[in-house]
Ligand binder design. Structure first.
Ligand code: NDP
Length: 260
């Protein structure tokens, strides 16, 4: 049997850890799979490229998750709610789309189910996390720097607020989904207000994979914290199960972790 081909589509995509994670898993399990990167320039080209490369499956990252959503013939329930797809498989000429960022985030919480959550940021990642938390019954408030992106959440029944109008409240979980701290040492919002909010929280999560000022503040306050690495790995784990149409033992998560 020939190797099955998979790829991650994005732009930029050269930094993506997905090939390391998936190829590491294929090798470990002795499966005939090969996973590459593809830098796409136009999201409308996703479907053509998928088929012309004879792929069995793909992951999709920034900024093409909405294009992939539009290209799919069938969608899982998270993908439908979120309006974005990060995993696609082909079956009999049709594209099946999934969103594994949502269950990936929940798995990264490692059993912690928050009663009240504050999500900072209102982009694609915030959408996945908001629906994931809603599915386990958490009350979610989405706060963002500007108003525009909050509309999506408001229309779907989430409480929303701009940072300037955010007040101190009781949130057991605070999640940073903004890009603040990704390439600089900035906070997503006023550090004074953030510190007051964090002081009342029991868990703080940053989707970024580095030790951001947001996470350093949690450390200083002695609050349980987590960066975005496990979320990345769990979304890959669930995508790998979809690619192979099979459930895998959680040991594979540790194999994936070691491969990056
Ligand atoms: P989007 O571009 O869709 O959204 C970015 C959000 O960040 C917007 O709400 C934007 O606010 C806000 N923002 C950007 N810069 C700042 C700033 N300096 N201060 C305050 N708010 C800011 O991005 P994504 O949702 O796709 O990704 C967000 C982050 O999550 C990235 O850092 C990415 O690396 C990370 N990520 C991690 C994953 C993981 O597996 N761990 C998976 C996917 C993403 P506004 O609307 O006002 O512009």
């Amino acid at each position: 049997m020939n190797h099955k081909l998979f790829a991650i589509f994005g732009n930029p995509v050269s930094h993506s850890k997905s090939p390391l994670i998936h190829n590491g898993a294929f090798k470990h399990l002795g499966l005939k799979g090969c996973y590459a990167r593809y830098e796409l320039n136009d999201g409308n080209e996703f479907k053509n490229k998928f088929f012309s490369l004879s792929l069995s499956g793909a992951n999709i990252t920034i900024p093409f998750k909405e294009d992939a959503f539009a290209a799919c013939d069938t969608l899982d329930s998270f993908a439908k709610q979120i309006g974005a797809v990060n995993t696609v498989v082909e079956k009999e000429g049709k594209l099946f789309g999934y969103n594994t960022d949502a269950p990936g985030f929940m798995a990264a919480l490692d059993g912690f189910i928050p009663k009240n959550t504050l999500i900072l940021g209102a982009g694609g990642t915030a959408r996945a996390i908001a629906f994931a938390l809603k599915s386990v019954g958490s009350n979610v408030l989405v706060a963002n720097r500007s108003k525009e992106r909050l509309l999506f959440f408001k229309e779907r029944g989430f409480e929303t607020v701009v940072f300037d109008e955010l007040q101190i409240g009781d949130f057991d979980l605070i999640v940073n989904t903004t890009s603040a701290g990704l390439k600089d040492d900035t906070f997503p919002m006023s550090d004074t207000l953030l510190e007051a909010l964090m002081s009342k929280a029991s868990f703080v999560f940053d989707c970024i994979y580095r030790d951001t000022p947001f996470l350093k503040m949690a450390e200083r306050l002695g609050i349980q914290k987590k960066d975005g690495i496990d979320m990345l790995l769990w979304q890959a784990f669930y995508a790998f199960e979809i690619f192979n149409d099979k459930k895998f033992d959680v040991d594979l998560f540790e194999v994936m972790k070691k491969s990056i």
